[in-house]
Design a protein around this ligand. Structure first.
Ligand SMILES: O=C(O)CCC(=O)C(=O)O
Ligand SMILES: [Fe+2]
Length: 301
């Protein structure tokens, strides 16, 4: 932990730009202790932690398999910052570890971690090393969080798909318990993705080891192209919500938009500990190929 001094965040900047870059939020010693825990996790996982060329694979929810990383993510400094941004207690939803640039297309996280009220979910990007401009830096579109997605408007651009969705909606059922509609929700997600893919106004973040970047639920963001594949871009991302947010899974988000009520809410497996709140998760080593969109998992077992 860097120190325990109190931090006051710039709420005006957060409201206007939808992100905060906090330089040297963590000391190098703190980051090095995270890296030691990552090395230990990979050593215990063995070959599975690496792709055939020997590159470290990505890890989804590494904190669930490493008590040291879990403690690091639930540290009091980030807790203090997120409590201010949310005006509520933060809950660690999940984490994502990258050894190299993600090259993830421009997207927002909100549909995959959909919570109400607006703004009660955020991503925190922690630089585990200095980011080189050719390594595929994180990019954000400042201010883009001000326009949350309107699924209905996006669907009106594809009348055939819209008609299929209206037929589903006529059934008046929850989409999360009806696997037969998941392909439809995926196609709606792909249609909605077009709203972000070519979004202009990107700002790249060639930040330093120990810096963090926090983005709002509706911030358009992604990974820039990796110009030099020999470079690493080690980063640990955590996604957060609050203990007073109401969550809905992505299928209901995409198909039952405009009528998400308590009956459709998704109970979150929130664990309440002395270090803070987190969702019960399992760690997964995932393939190197960049997924088209971030895949959300909630362990309900
Ligand atoms: O690190 C990146 O390149 C993007 C990561 C991202 O989109 C996320 O974790 O939500
Ligand atoms: Fe994302």
């Amino acid at each position: 932990m860097s120190d325990n001094t109190s931090i006051t965040v710039d709420m005006n900047k957060w409201a206007q730009d939808g992100y905060l870059h906090l330089p040297q939020f963590y000391s190098h010693a703190f980051i090095d202790s995270i890296i030691e825990n990552i090395d230990r996790f990979r050593a215990e996982a063995g070959d599975e932690a690496y792709d055939p060329s020997g590159r470290p694979n990505r890890v989804l929810h590494i904190h669930a398999g490493s008590a040291g990383i879990q403690k690091a993510l639930l540290n009091p400094r980030i807790n203090q910052v997120l409590t201010q941004l949310f005006s509520a207690k933060p809950v660690l939803w999940g984490s994502l570890l990258f050894d190299q640039g993600s090259e993830q297309i421009a997207h927002t996280d909100a549909p995959w971690f959909f919570v109400e009220p607006y703004g009660s979910m955020a991503g925190v990007w922690t630089a585990l090393e200095d980011v080189h401009e050719d390594s595929g830096p994180l990019f954000l579109v400042p201010g883009s969080h001000q326009s949350a997605l309107d699924v209905e408007s996006a669907l009106k651009k594809n009348p055939e798909l819209h008609a299929e969705v209206l037929a589903f909606r006529a059934k008046n059922i929850s989409a999360s318990t009806d696997p037969a509609c998941w392909d439809l929700s995926k196609r709606v997600a792909e249609q909605c993705q077009l709203e972000w893919t070519n979004r202009e106004g990107r700002q790249k973040f060639c930040v330093k080891k120990g810096d963090i970047v926090i983005w709002h639920q509706w911030m358009v963001h992604g990974g820039s192209p990796v110009n030099d594949p020999s470079r690493t871009r080690q980063s640990l991302i955590s996604h957060w919500t609050t203990n007073s947010s109401v969550a809905f899974d992505q299928h209901n988000y995409f198909l039952n938009y405009g009528r998400l009520d308590d009956k459709l809410a998704m109970p979150l497996p929130v664990q309440d500990t002395a270090d803070g709140f987190y969702l019960k998760q399992k760690s997964h080593i995932i393939s190197w190929v960049p997924p088209e969109t971030f895949i959300n998992t909630v362990e309900t077992a």
